[in-house]
Design a protein around this ligand. Sequence first.
Ligand code: ZN
Length: 302
Amino acid sequence: MRKFLCLLALSLLSCKRDNPELRSKPQIVVTTSILADGVKNIVGDLADVVALMPAGVDPHLYKASVRDLDKLQNADLIIYHGLFLEGKMTEIFEKLRLQKALINAGEGVDENLLIRSGPEAHSVDPHIWFDVKLWAMSMSFVANQIIDWKPAWESQITQNSTKYQEDLRILDQDILSKTKILREANQALITAHDAFAYFGEAYGLEVKGLQGLSTLSEPGLRDLTGLVSFIVEQDIKAVFAEQTISPKAIQAVVAGCESRNHPIKLAGPLYTDSLDAEGTPAGTYIGMVKTNLQMIFNNLSS
Ligand SMILES: [Zn+2]
């Protein structure tokens, strides 16, 4: 009984806390930690930004909990990546679109710049944040959409967004100069899943992932053998684990290389579909990209 009363008190407290009427600022609910960081850079102190997925969670596989649905229902504005990144939440967003203010950040990227693995809508590669220019494009779209939603915020949002775009421009230049060295060393970036196609396209580095665009697809033996041959032939120095994915599959690549007398480093993890915990070096988008870049550079350049 006592436990029940405690639970009741807790749920009443949380109801009170979640009540949109009692908020001092509008609440923007987003899906991932990456998106939360981008949106925080745009809105600054104007709104509270709440991410549904904690750091380290794989967005391809993420299913909304009852609590998440509650947060979405009570949000003043919802922002999601789109491009089928949140593969198990697509229907929820379709439904919410009819009743809530909602921004699909992926709509900000020019269709012609998207990478596709096939003609179907869901075969689009959602990992646009690894081309900093595409991320900047998407965040500029989000900023404009937020202004449409709250015109009174225009001057503050414009100021924040201009600063963020400048930070992103500097980041992009930094990646271009470091990847140039890797290009010259003939190295390729090999990861657990296909998250870096935009990175490869933007910065001229060959990239290969063991799993497909989504972590939903399982790698087969043929993929593994092909990848091992590629590594041996190209004399690649390291492969990379990812933070949101079990290292088992990529460990099989390392074992395959060893069996062909090509010992290889298993480096990482790279941050792909989530930031690291808040306050850590990879706890912001820019920090995550820099941490990855340094990790890739250190392991492939020497
Ligand atoms: Zn992914």
